[in-house]
Design a protein around this ligand. Structure first.
Ligand code: PMT
Length: 412
């Protein structure tokens, strides 16, 4: 995938150098375009050395006052056509205004008009410039046109003021890049089964055994899969969450109901991702009447539930099956054990005691353990971003295991 990175004139221009490196680490080829303002802060040589490609600085090639070069101009438009994603970081108030109004007076602004690729813009400027009605109106126009704006962070600014205007962090920009690229619907033709939330195992008509799963992780996976074009079945334990757009939700309460709903739909699916926190045990007996309070201790006998992940993975054939592992210690060891014991292709392991990870959080910290031996440790990310990375790994793994090109398959 080819990313064109537009760097414009602000103090944060130096941060774009690190962004080039991070994008390359993620496997992107990066073509840097610098505006005149950007060259006041960083030299093109820095970006050429990092990207391994000539940096584009002018519409007509040589900027040293030589003759305009038509060949160069045409070649540059070819760059626009080869671009899979245009990222502008840092973006000044000036470039945002030009992009919003369609002014094309240098290479970057011309490229914006000439390219049909998705666009990500990460603004960085003085807090008053950012808050100014003119800038906000321009940002609104770009958003309405489908441009992904990575909101600036708040903090101390180079101008000495404090407020919103700092270039967003690298992770936020990278997340927006991935999100913009995923909007390309690479899961079209797939049918994906996702489980989410807790199960509730009744003891009597008023009491039950459950856990702290909110469903956020599984719902994020279902939402991401639907956004990327898949048909999605979401088998959900009780949650307070809204059904993501384009997802068919099947509500269940107990592990047994979840098992039945999963097994029934698994046949139609090419991929299953089981994120639900299913009870491992349920009361051996469900009392028809409320258990009365006594004087002594109460012993409740529990029996194991069926292991849904192990059952579907046993019969998976060429389907790809991913499970989760909620761990409180020895994460890698336990996750690898689950991978092989349950015959899964991928285990998404989270240490549910870690800060910002696990149950009822908006973020998660996971490591993806794949059947081909790859361990991919991710930093703390929003669950929606974790979901995207899981889907990326599922597609990569399937093509390694079964030689299937990313997506474009119906149920196998
Ligand atoms: O819902 P959130 O609040 O967003 O929290 C997210 C989460 C912590 C629930 C999620 O990230 C997570 O870890 N889900 C798996 C929870 C769990 O039950 O882990 P486990 O290690 O006990 O189970 C391993 C795997 O087997 C899981 O894929 C589970 O769905 C599956 N399983 C477990 C028991 C069972 N009877 N049948 C199963 O299929």
């Amino acid at each position: 995938m080819r990313i064109t990175l537009g760097v414009t004139g602000g103090v944060a221009a130096y941060k774009a150098a690190e962004l080039v490196r991070r994008l390359q680490q993620d496997g992107f080829s990066v073509q840097v375009v610098m505006t005149r303002g950007a060259r006041e802060f960083v030299t093109p040589l820095t970006f050429a050395a990092l990207s391994g490609q000539k940096v584009i600085t002018d519409l007509f090639g040589d900027s040293s006052g030589g003759e305009a070069n038509l060949e160069s101009a045409i070649e540059h438009i070819a760059v626009a056509q080869r671009t899979d994603l245009l990222v502008v970081a840092p973006a000044t108030a000036d470039i945002i205004a030009k992009l919003a109004r369609g002014i094309a007076d240098d290479f970057l602004t011309t490229l914006y008009l000439a390219s049909t690729a998705p666009v990500v813009v990460a603004p960085a400027m003085n807090v008053n410039m950012w808050n100014h009605e003119a800038t906000q109106e321009n940002v609104k126009m770009l958003r309405a046109r489908g441009v992904k704006i990575v909101d600036p962070d708040e903090g101390y600014l180079a101008c000495g003021m404090t407020g919103a205007g700092r270039l967003a962090g690298q992770e936020a920009i990278l997340a927006a890049v991935r999100e913009a690229l995923h909007a390309q619907r690479d899961l079209e033709g797939e049918t994906i089964l996702v489980t989410a939330g807790p199960t509730c195992e009744d003891l009597d008509p008023v009491r039950y055994l459950t856990n702290r799963s909110s469903g956020k992780m599984g719902y994020a996976v279902a939402e991401a899969a639907a956004q990327r074009g898949a048909k999605v079945f979401l088998v959900s334990g009780p949650t307070n969450l809204e059904t993501p757009a384009g997802v068919e939700r099947i509500d269940v309460r107990t592990a047994d109901e979840m098992r039945r709903a999963v097994v029934q739909r698994f046949e139609q699916c090419s991929i299953a991702i089981l994120a639900a926190a299913v009870a491992d045990y349920r009361p051996a007996e469900r009392r028809a009447e409320k258990i009365k309070k006594g004087n002594g201790p109460l012993t409740i006998s529990l029996e194991p539930t069926a292991d849904i992940l192990a059952e579907v993975a046993r019969n998976k054939g060429q389907k790809l099956v991913a499970g989760f592992a909620a761990e409180t210690g020895h994460v890698a060891e336990n996750a690898r054990k689950k991978l092989s014991a349950k015959n899964a292709d991928l285990i998404v392991a989270n240490d549910v005691t870690a800060e910002g990870a696990g149950f009822d959080q908006d973020t998660n910290v996971v490591t993806l353990f794949s059947r081909d031996g790859r361990d991919l440790a991710l930093p703390k990310l929003n669950k929606s971003e974790v979901a995207q990375r899981i889907l990326d790994e599922v597609l990569r793994l399937r093509s390694v295991l079964h030689g299937t090109s990313a997506a474009k398959r119906s149920a196998v």
